[in-house]
Design a protein around this ligand. Structure first.
Ligand code: GLC
Ligand code: CA
Length: 557
């Protein structure tokens, strides 16, 4: 079986609001992305994932959609979207949209209608429940239908007086969940997917795909001794998220969605899924991978910078995503702290983790600005545009810092730093929608192009190798044993081609005996490479070609 393109691809996430502003209103837009396509093409990533730019009140910056087949005017027009698809394809690249299937905006015509009465044609399109009677408090509105907590904390039930009922919302109150048990809803959403696939989109990133279905009986969640959800365990706020997410019907729906997308050929379906690996795995379907094509493996977002951590992680990932499945390696996105923040803004360490990400067996997915080492920009909760910090403004921010949670997502969504001019070259507006990070004079694309050792040029070089070496795109992975402490090593192999990667997570120099034919890449200078021993400096890495045929030739000489 040949490996499908989407298992060999590499993904670059664009947050359109912050990428490039073509008309200088301070907000990034679709034309802006088009203007930067050559940069992205040259960088070497094949697939662009664009965060939502559909019509929306922007209460959650596009993750609250009010019309799935129209474009928010601040981002452009339908024509711009079609141009974007076309221009990406002209460069031999792919483009995936962000599909928010779980919920709409509360301003979507469907919801306005649904909320208006108990018996309108869309009355059952969202999840409505009667209040529970509150016998002790007569004359008071009834209680919420059950104890479920939203993903952002607090009850996810919200009262609508028009119906004297509660609607359910997994995320924020203005994002009501659609009712997938209603066949018309399912049909409408699958048709939206078809609409965009018909326009040539190469697939979707699927927003909180694991919460689509809820327990049919709305049973109460059991107690759990867990305050905050983690990357791999969505339970929290002292309850086990047993009945409001990761339901069997959602696993089944993944297959239905795949069948619909298959009508358009080989398309990517990349799920945002919170759960342990057994659960995540179930969204991918049977052994033949007839569900989603990929799911993010989010454990890595909370990575620890050491060889043992990554060795164990890779082993677990390999065990859960064997061929024909393919894992996704992601260090950051628009919801989580920037990856470099976790390693103390250390550029050398950043080079090493990206070296891993771009050579390990899996689809790498990087977040705009990660390639130049953009850092978090601390901003006060009270001034946040992101709605989430407003829920938590009574808790001092250092509490979240201590547990390593980025509550204010504005911090990771600041404008892309293109050069050292006004607003980092993102926009010439007086005021950009979020402030530009003060470090833009040093950290920007133009500066880093000039420096051969910059993170940007390191990533470009690595991408070039990845794009040339089939073994890195689709080869098997084997962990190398017997390496010095602090060094992680693995080989990637396909047919006669073999590549070994050695990564030194330690600050001390290491010497390793290994037979190789060519050194494809080394982070630090290449002194002492004699084809039998490799000297790795502290925080150094090397990619070696180990070609059996070449070695034979050499022996014969
Ligand atoms: C996902 C998105 C996030 C959004 C939420 C609600 O987690 O990544 O940005 O706020 O879903 O749609
Ligand atoms: Ca603009």
């Amino acid at each position: 079986m040949t490996t499908p393109w989407y298992h060999k691809t590499s993904i670059y996430q664009i947050y359109p609001r912050s990428f490039y502003d073509s008309n200088n209103d301070g907000i990034g837009d679709l034309k802006g992305i088009i203007q930067k396509l050559d940069y992205l093409h040259e960088l070497g990533f094949e697939t662009l994932w664009i965060s939502p730019f559909f019509s929306s009140p922007q209460a959650d910056f596009g993750y609250d959609i009010s019309n799935y087949t129209d474009i928010a005017s601040e981002y452009g027009t339908m024509d711009d979207a079609l141009q974007l698809i076309d221009q990406v394809h002209k460069r031999g690249m792919k483009i995936i949209f962000d599909m928010v299937m779980n919920h709409t905006s509360d301003q979507h015509a469907w919801f306005l209608e649904s909320r208006s009465s108990r018996d309108n044609p869309k009355a059952d399109w969202y999840i409505w429940r009667d209040p529970l009677p509150s016998p002790l408090r007569r004359g008071v509105r009834g209680e919420v239908p059950n104890n479920w907590k939203s993903m952002t904390g607090g009850s996810g039930w919200h009262y609508a007086k028009e119906r004297d009922q509660y609607y359910w919302s997994s995320f924020l109150p203005f994002q009501p969940d659609l009712n997938y048990r209603n066949s018309e809803v399912k049909k409408a959403m699958l048709n939206i997917v078809r609409f965009w696939l018909g326009k040539g989109v190469d697939g979707f990133r699927l927003d909180i795909f694991n919460v689509l279905y809820k327990d049919a009986e709305f049973r109460n969640n059991p107690f759990a001794f867990q305050l905050t959800p983690t990357e791999t365990n969505p339970s929290g706020f002292f309850q086990k998220a047993k009945y409001n997410l990761n339901q069997p019907e959602s696993f089944a729906f993944a297959k239905e969605l795949r069948a619909a997308s298959n009508e358009f050929g080989d398309k990517i379906l990349l799920g945002e899924i919170y759960g342990d690996r057994q659960t995540t795995r179930r969204f991918l379907g049977d052994e033949t991978n007839n569900g989603l094509t990929h799911a993010f493996d989010f454990e890595i977002l909370a990575f620890k910078f050491n060889a043992n951590y990554f060795r164990e992680l890779i082993k677990k990932i390999e065990a859960h995503y064997p061929n024909p499945l393919m894992p996704v390696y992601v260090f950051g996105n628009h919801d989580r702290r920037r990856s470099i923040n976790r390693i103390g803004d250390d550029l050398q360490k950043a080079k090493l983790i990206h070296m891993l990400q771009l050579t390990v067996r899996g689809v790498p997915c990087i977040y705009y600005g990660e390639e130049i080492g953009m850092t978090n920009l601390k901003q006060p909760f009270a001034a946040a545009l992101d709605p989430i910090p407003h829920k938590f403004k009574f808790i001092p921010p250092f509490v979240f810092d201590m547990i390593g949670l980025t509550i204010n997502r504005d911090e990771v969504r600041t404008p892309m730093q293109w050069d050292g001019t006004k607003n980092a070259g993102f926009s010439s507006a007086e005021k950009t929608w979020l402030p530009v990070h003060g470090n833009y004079k040093e950290i920007n694309v133009e500066e880093e192009y000039k420096d051969a050792n910059s993170l940007l040029n390191t990533i470009r070089a690595l991408m070039k190798i990845r794009n040339e070496e089939t073994s890195l795109q689709e080869g098997t992975l084997e962990i190398l044993d017997g390496l010095p402490n602090g060094v992680l090593g693995y080989s990637r192999k396909i047919g006669e081609e073999k590549i070994s990667v050695l990564l030194n997570f330690d600050n001390l120099e290491k010497k390793i005996r290994i037979n190789f034919s060519t050194c494809l890449f080394k982070l630090s200078d290449r002194k002492d490479l004699d084809k039998k021993t490799v000297h790795l400096n502290g925080l150094d890495g090397v990619i070696l070609k180990i070609s059996t045929t070449e070695r034979k030739k050499a022996e014969e000489l």
